[in-house]
Design a protein around this ligand. Structure first.
Ligand SMILES: [Zn+2]
Length: 300
C-alpha cells in the first residue's frame, strides 16, 4: 500500500504523521507551533518529529511517495509559501515548500488547511458522496473549504476565501483580522475558553462530558453561533452537506446539536431541508489525511 508523509501546521499545534492510501493514519505526533519567532523554529520542530518516522518507514521497506503539507492561511499561486494568516505570522512569505524539501529529502506539496480538511472528508470521511460539500474547521481560527462536483473551489488564496470572517454580530468579539463579530471570533478556541471561565478546549470537552454545566453551556453557545454562520454561508455555496471538523468539533454532539438547531432556525427553508450538518470522521486529524492525499489520491 502506498504511503505519504503528512504535516498539518495549525495556529496552536502542528500535527504530523504517515498516512496510507486508504486514508488510515499509520504513525502520528503533535508538536506546538511557534507563532512569532523565526520560521526555522517551526521547521526544526517538524523535522525533529517527522524524520524518525520517515527513517523507520525506509528501514522497513515502506518509503513514502512524498510529503503533503497542510498550512493554515492563503497560499501563493505556485503553492510554495503561505502569504496570509493573522494567526500564524512566523510563516508569512517564507519558502516553506523548499525548506521542508531540503530538510526532509522528499518532494513536498502545500495545500491550504481548510482545503486539506474538506478533501479528507470528501475522500475518506463524512463528506463521501456529497455533490456540494462545505467543510469547516474550528480551532484557533475557523477555516472553510468547498468541493463542488469533485473539484476544490480556489478563487481566493488558492481556496474558497476567508469564510471564517463573515460578520455575524456587529457588537461581537474583536477578531484577529481587525473586524468585530466575525464568525471566527465568535466560535474559535479563545471564545469558547472565555465562555467556560478560561479553561482550555480539551478540558472544556472533558468536563462537559462529565456533566459540567458551564462547559456544556459554553459549547452549546459556541455551536449556536456556528449554526448561524453556516446558515449565512449556505446561500453562497448551496451545500448538500456541511462537515464540522477541527479540535473543537471533537466535542461531537455536545456542540453539533446546538449547531443544527441554530442552523434550522436561521437558514432559509430550502437549506433547512436539504443540507445535512455532520461531524468530522477524524477527531481533529483530517488535516494530515487531506495533506497526504495530494500524493495518494489527488483531487482537482
Ligand atoms: Zn475576522
Amino acid at each position: 500500500m502506498r504511503l505519504a508523509g503528512a504535516i498539518d501546521i495549525g495556529g496552536s499545534s502542528t500535527k504530523l504523521g504517515i498516512v496510507a492510501e486508504d486514508g488510515s493514519i499509520i504513525r502520528r505526533d503533535s508538536v506546538p507551533t511557534s507563532l512569532h519567532g523565526e520560521p526555522m523554529v517551526v521547521v526544526d520542530a517538524i523535522v525533529a518529529s517527522l524524520q524518525p518516522m520517515l527513517d523507520a518507514g525506509g528501514t522497513e521497506g515502506k518509503p513514502v511517495s512524498g510529503i503533503g503539507v497542510s498550512v493554515a492561511g492563503f497560499l501563493n499561486r505556485d503553492h510554495s509559501a503561505m502569504v496570509h494568516n493573522a494567526n500564524l505570522p512566523a510563516l508569512h512569505d517564507f519558502p516553506l515548500r523548499q525548506s521542508l524539501k531540503e530538510r526532509l529529502g522528499f518532494d513536498c506539496r502545500l495545500e491550504v488547511d481548510s482545503n486539506a480538511a474538506v478533501v479528507a472528508e470528501y475522500q475518506y470521511g463524512a463528506g463521501r458522496g456529497s455533490a456540494r460539500l462545505l467543510g469547516v474547521t474550528m480551532g484557533t481560527g475557523l477555516g472553510g473549504g468547498v468541493i463542488i462536483d469533485g473539484k476544490l473551489l480556489r478563487f481566493t488564496g488558492e481556496c474558497a476565501g476567508d469564510l471564517g470572517h463573515i460578520i455575524v454580530d456587529h457588537k461581537g468579539r474583536l477578531c484577529t483580522c481587525g473586524a468585530r463579530g466575525c464568525l471566527e471570533a465568535m466560535v474559535n478556541s479563545a471564545s469558547l475558553s472565555e465562555r467556560a471561565g478560561g479553561r482550555a478546549v480539551r478540558e472544556i470537552i472533558t468536563s462537559a462530558r462529565e456533566g459540567d454545566q458551564l462547559a456544556m453551556t459554553a459549547l452549546a453557545e459556541t455551536g449556536w453561533w456556528l449554526g448561524l454562520g453556516l446558515a449565512s454561508l449556505s446561500p453562497i455555496f448551496s451545500p448538500d452537506r456541511i462537515v464540522v471538523g477541527g479540535g473543537i468539533a471533537a466535542a461531537g454532539e455536545l456542540i453539533l446539536e446546538a449547531t443544527r438547531a441554530s442552523y434550522r432556525t436561521h437558514a432559509r427553508p430550502e437549506f433547512r431541508e436539504k443540507t445535512q450538518v455532520v461531524g468530522s470522521s477524524f477527531e481533529g486529524w483530517e488535516g494530515i489525511v487531506g495533506a497526504a492525499s495530494q500524493f495518494l489520491n489527488p483531487i482537482a
